[in-house]
Design a protein around this ligand. Sequence first.
Ligand SMILES: [Zn+2]
Length: 126
Amino acid sequence: MVVTEFEDYKQPVVVHRDNGTGNVAEIFISMMHEEYERLTDLIHTDEEMKPLSAAQRHAHYAAANCYLCNELFTEDNPRVKDHDHYTGEYIGPAHFTCNFERQTDKHLPIIFHNFRFLEDGIRNAR
Ligand SMILES: [Zn+2]
């Protein structure tokens, strides 16, 4: 099962039962690798920013403060357009440094429930 805000990347629950071959753990590990490959593409997506609407452009240049740290823009740390690298949508006016430092979390959390049974399967597969 993959839980994400991106509809194209959601995956349903998949159940594999031991059919006597004892390879359930191997199938699970194989599927985890496939998900890793698929989701790695999503994590490294880097869409160019879409053109701003007139309202966004006006708000961007009218803003005196960075939307990330709320401090004033300065000559040394000017205003830049921050955008969502997955969708390409403009987010807001940010300091050059704040925008640079803001990074999207690229960790893939994997949550196991009742892992003991899988652990037994991995141990038995060896
Ligand atoms: Zn800032």
